[in-house]
Every structure is written in C-alpha cells, then in structure tokens.
Design a binder for this molecule. Structure first.
Ligand code: HEC
Length: 127
C-alpha cells in the first residue's frame, strides 16, 4: 500500500470537483480532517447530504447565505446578503453572531486551523 499516493489522488479528485463546480479557488485546509471535525461539531444539526435540524450544507460553498431549499432561516441570516466565500465562512464560523447578529447558528470554532479544515471539507460537498 502506498498511502501517499492514495492521499494525493483524493486531494486531486476533491480539487477537480471543487473547481468544476465553482469559480472560487479551493480553500486551504485538509478536507479529511475537516470531515472528522464536521462529524464532531456540525453533524448533530447539519447533514452533509439530505435534511436535518440545520440547513443542508451540500453546495453551501460559493452559494448565497440562507439559500438551502426547505429550511426556515432566521430573518437575520435571510437578510444578511452574504455569499459563502471561504473568507465569509471563516468569519461566520469564528463568530456567527458577530458576523450575523441574530442568527440561529451559535456554534463557534475558535481554532483557525480547524476552520480551514472545515471550510475545505465544505467545499467538497457538491450536489
Ligand atoms: C446546534 C445546531 C447547529 C450546529 C451544531 C451547527 N449549526 Fe450551522 N446552522 C444551524 C442553524 C439553525 C443555521 C441557520 C441559521 C439561521 O437561519 O440564522 C445554521 C447555518 C449555518 C450555515 C449557513 C447556511 C446557509 O445556507 O446559509 C453554515 C455555513 C453553517 N451553519 C455551518 C456550520 C458548521 C461548519 C458547523 C460545525 C462547525 C455548524 N454549522 C454547526 C445550526 C447548527
């Protein structure tokens, strides 16, 4: 087994998917670590595929805020006028209520490296 080759193939595939679906450059960060973090910190409310307590985050990277179908967003997020670029996702996860006062999303990820991994993972969640 050559783990470094499997690893690079995965990264290349993720990059190809991300760049085909959006004009934004893929964010820095490690999508595999982000997937683990997502299971720990996000999956209780957000599923990566399907529906849940929070809005689906499939396709959230590069999308306008509050645009998942069939989710009742807070008026705060619905009016925020944000697009989920890597920079805005980073600000949101660092302090959702600071970027969008009144948002119903309250989870804070204080560690910048963890935010980068999560955002890298979110960028792989394409329909
Ligand atoms: C306790 C439940 C809960 C957890 C845990 C949670 N969220 Fe959320 N999240 C929400 C809710 C509710 C909203 C909708 C907020 C609103 O309408 O103001 C949201 C909104 C979002 C949005 C904006 C979605 C959109 O369509 O505009 C992103 C991005 C997001 N969350 C990412 C995350 C990430 C990444 C994690 C893990 C680090 C996480 N959330 C953990 C409940 C949660």
């Amino acid at each position: 087994v050559r783990p470094e080759i499997a690893c690079c193939g995965l990264v290349a595939a993720a990059l190809a998917v991300a760049s085909a679906a959006t004009a934004q450059p893929a964010p820095a960060g490690d999508a595999a670590r982000g997937a683990t973090l997502f299971e720990d910190r996000c999956a209780s409310c957000h599923v990566a595929r399907g529906g849940g307590q929070g809005p689906s985050l499939v396709g959230v990277f590069g999308r306008k805020a509050a645009a998942a179908p069939a989710f009742r967003y807070s008026p705060a997020l619905a009016r925020a006028g944000l697009t989920w670029t890597a920079a805005n996702l980073d600000r949101f996860l660092a302090g959702p209520g600071k970027l969008v006062p009144g948002t119903a999303m309250l989870i804070v990820i204080a560690n910048p490296a963890q935010r980068a991994d999560l955002i890298r993972y979110l960028a792989t969640l394409k329909r």
